[in-house]
Ligand binder design. Sequence first.
Ligand code: N01
Length: 491
Amino acid sequence: MVIPSSVDVLVVGAGFAGIAAATKVLDADPSADVLVIERAADVGGTWRDNTYPGCACDVPTSLYSFSFAQSPEWTHTFARQPEIYAYLRGVVERTGLRERIVTECELLGATWDSASSRWNVQTSSGPVSTRVLVAATGALSTPKLPEVPGIETFTGEMFHSATWNHDHDLTGKRVAVIGTGASAVQFVPEIADRTERLTVFQRTPAWVIPRLDRTLGRVEKAMYRRFPLSQKAVRAAIYSYREAYVLGLARFPKVLPLVSIVARTHLRRQVKNPAKRAALTPNFVIGCKRILLSNDWLKTLDRSDVDLVASRLASIGEDSVSAADGTSYPVDTIIFATGFTPTEPPVSHLLVGDSGETLAQKWGGSPNAFRGTTVSGFPNLFLMYGPNTNLGHSSIVYMLESQAEYVVSALAQMRERGIGSVDVTETAQKEYNTWIHDSLAGTVWNSGGCSSWYLDSEGKNPVMWPTYTFTFRNSTRTFDLDKYETKGSAR
Ligand code: N01
């Protein structure tokens, strides 16, 4: 598909966020002029890219899916990556959105032009002018590699969990895994039987609880197919009990040590080696870092052919990796499970607002926005999965749908009132962020005694939403025009 020179709404990215935004805008106004650009060859975002063995969702799928596209076909309560990827591909086919998506078209830059009240966008397929820009580029899309001395000297194979090299056979190899977060716990148990020796570098132990996964049988699926309301009821029940987690995580973190009893019991049952058990016991409040769900991670680490190195990776040699105490481990392959760069989103370097500053310059290392979506000085820009919209207890898809509704409401009000551009005021953004950070102060993410990717270099939390998700939903239902400076008609 050739890229048009001008559109009304340009959505960048075709993962959960971009699909939610474009679908909702078109649902509200089928005649809307919407184009989606996607840098990869297919839709799916993180669920297209993360193909590591064992990759699965750690939020129940009935909640981690679109409210407007429930599927009775899931095979497990916690869906596996291939199924989620197929689901997203199915959604764009069924809704007709596929026709509006240009793949292999990368955003190279976008500059706000106040004279025309439009964004001048550069893409790898050519320029396009748009009135409204929706950046749905994902917070967890750019893999982070640690800066480790000697990394360039390694002669074996190395890759990041998000860019898994399936051509590299791990059979009989000595493999080092760096990192023990949500990705590592899923793939380490899957590869341990194949490797000759597995060496896992753990900088900080995480709290791990069992994943209560089960297969969805024929009867259950048939019921969902025949009575869609029954699936909605299950979704509502999961949503409700998950919201109750906010009481512990954000309101009364003092009760959280009680929850860690489940994790301690799980650890005791799965790890018999006392030294490993001690190394795997966290020293911070449960919930401070993402709680990990796994039935086989801990018992895999307990295996005698798996080394648990309770250290950061300090250096890399030609054919070895070394811990902070200097101990060296010979390896053939290094797999980095070292996460992403959510507090430094690459897209922020590409967007230039009305003052000529990039979004990254405006943020100065600490992202912030109004309702996690709009930023003063960047008119008609909507950030999906923007600052302070991440969750520790529920489904991000719910948040994305809320943000999409906010975009829909903004477009409707602009259309009805003949408004050309909307720019949130500095005051509204500041007041909102004061509330966000005051609310985060007492939560486990800020005060649970851990360091995590939720916190930026100054210890500020530009990542987490501080309270119930329905509070976010209510606040994004209607675009609050009174918080915005508006400019005349673009028509
Ligand atoms: O990354 P992480 P991830 N030496 O940032 C360690 C989502 N997700 O890819 O804890 C040694 O959690 C680092 O150590 P520390 C989910 O939101 C969702 O696992 O910082 N170790 C940590 O252990 C998740 O939170 C699903 O001390 C080093 C690890 O690397 C997010 O993605 C599934 C190191 C990074 O963990 C990221 O998860 C999977 C070094 N030099 C992921 N540098 C779902 O199911 C870093 N580390 C929805």
